[in-house]
Ligand binder design. Structure first.
Ligand code: SAM
Length: 237
């Protein structure tokens, strides 16, 4: 197999044959001091728009890295149109769930405030850094868009037409999540679950389908992983 370099970085610059990409100080430190890379070494780049590209380090200094882009390794291809609405849970669990949702292909992640969600607001730049690193590692061609936290009722009030919400509700006689083919979103509650008022309001929404993830009560972060995987299983033909 061709050696295209095992390091894979997300960049914002356009990627095209002959393009130069300037990386910032943080990425220079990562490539030089952590990964021990230098001029001539190869790596892969993606920006969420132009596919995946092979690039070579031209210069690497304390202040930055200059890369020369050459051949395209993969074209940009469509990814699952699946969102995750996740109640704000304790920080380590939330960060784990963001990493796993990125690996599982979530296109957008919406942290939501519910009656029993955690009061602390996650730092958007920290969540973004986690999802960039996970996208680099898992070889996807995009980084999920992470929205600022909003109250769940406001998010559902402004819900876009044509996108189904599959709400994971424990101890419910609902069927498992359907294998989704169109635009969809998975909704996961906080450690203490949704309260009665929230459950009531959800059941009245025509675009929302309750779903069970089985007889055991899963932690919210486990439920996010299971739900995202089930929604993407191939539908029986
Ligand atoms: N209310 C529960 C309690 O306090 O015992 C726990 C809620 S659970 C830890 C957190 C979230 O994970 C729930 O709001 C739900 O979205 C999801 N969840 C966990 N287990 C589930 C299951 N078996 N079926 C569907 N959803 C589940």
């Amino acid at each position: 197999m061709a050696d295209h370099g095992s390091i894979r970085l997300h960049v914002t610059a356009p990627l095209a044959p002959g393009a130069s990409v300037l990386l910032d100080e943080g990425q220079a430190r990562y490539l030089g001091a952590v990964m021990r890379q230098g001029p001539g070494n190869r790596l892969r780049l993606f920006n969420g728009r132009d596919g995946e590209w092979h690039a070579r380090i031209e210069t690497l200094g304390k202040k930055g890295v200059l890369l020369a882009v050459d051949e395209r390794l993969r074209p940009q291809t469509p990814e699952p149109d699946l969102w995750l609405l996740l109640a704000i849970i304790k920080r380590p669990a939330l960060e784990w769930a963001i990493e796993k949702a990125t690996e599982l292909g979530a296109a957008e992640i919406l942290p939501v405030i519910t009656a029993r969600s955690q009061p602390a607001r996650p730092a958007p730049e920290r969540l973004r850094a986690i999802s960039v690193e996970a996208a680099e590692q898992c070889e996807r061609l995009t980084v999920p868009l992470i929205h600022p936290p909003r109250p769940l009722d406001a998010v559902l009030r402004d819900w876009p037409e044509g996108r189904r919400v599959v709400a994971a509700i424990e101890r419910d006689a609902a069927p498992p999540p359907p294998a989704e083919t169109g635009p969809a979103a998975l909704l996961i509650g906080p450690e203490g679950g949704f309260d009665a008022r929230e459950l009531d309001a959800m059941r009245r929404l025509p675009f929302l389908t309750p779903a069970s993830l089985g007889p055991r009560i899963l932690r919210a972060e486990t439920a996010a992983v299971v739900g995202l995987a089930l929604l993407q299983r191939p539908s029986p033909s």
